[in-house]
Write a protein that binds this ligand. Sequence first.
Ligand code: SF4
Length: 377
Amino acid sequence: MKYLDEYRDEAAVRVVLGALARTVTRPWTIMEICGGQTHSIIRHGLDRLLPPQVELVHGPGCPVCVTPLELIDKAIAIASRPDVIFTSYGDMLRVPGSEKDLFRVRSEGGDVRIVYSPLDALAVARQNPTKTVVFFAIGFETTAPANAMAVWQARQQGLTNFAMLVSHVTVPPAITAILESPGNRVQAFLAAGHVCTVMGWTEYEPLAQRYHVPIVVTGFEPLDIAEGLLMVVRQLEEGRAEVENAYARSVQRRGNPAAQAMIQSVFEPCDRAWRGIGVIPMSGYRLRDEFALYDAERRFPDAGVIAVRESPLCISGLVLQGRRKPHECPAFGRECTPQTPLGATMVSSEGACAAYYRYGRVGAQELMIGRELNEHS
Ligand code: SF4
């Protein structure tokens, strides 16, 4: 397939990684931010083709993984109401809350529907004027413009039976939190290309300068990632700390100004809890006061603060900050599997633990499990 196969060309990837091997002279630890990049790396075995000096650690860029358990429980409480139609992307329905998931709510009679866009949820609201239609708005800056547009359109169309349960997070504050963490090992970042398609990379320039870390905007195919890694290693070896773009076919320095304007007109920055990590200051979006009518948390205050407890076995917070690898968790592949997830990074197919499990990234026995899973996927 044009524009896809050429970025999966093994010979081309090996040429770039050969240049990387000739460039590197010292150990470096590099974090890919996005869960999509993590999956591409593990799926294609890119990490195994790298010289031993280059260690990849996996970042917090999986939106399903970092949605806090409290929000999942709130979603379940709202979705269980008889006056609500709850709409969501499909992958959120199987994320376990403290006691059940949204699929269970549906099997118990709740009206929970999978949609493919927030605008689909708006259509459901128009078709069901006697119900309140709630859309679960999760994700990074990538999904924020469409979600903002849905709220904007609801107001334009005078729809009052539409609301959003918002759990948006943003990348730059997460990078800051990782770099300021006392146990930080990360020396450079591959930034997520789709986030930068919306936001550009000007937000990353002060971070690169202040913390002296190279940041390279990177795509998702093996050749994209190899090129991002080569650029980042060149910077590290030369002592540079700049923002560079390895995803020029999609990203411009200032991003998409129209999409940014839509985000800013509907959302404002706020402190946000990240599952497994905790609250990161000003790391999320919430609806502005003028859109309070569309805020499900204000509309259903009795869904309130729900006390939750994460599994004491789970070290996903350390995994999300690149301080541990999934297979270093004692519960990995034992108590915790994609069928019985205990924590953030196993619940989503984009989570690092799920990627390691799926592609069998530990010991001989687990390698067999991974191969079998691959053969049947
Ligand atoms: S394997 Fe499971 S329990 Fe361990 S860190 Fe990953 S999600 Fe948490």
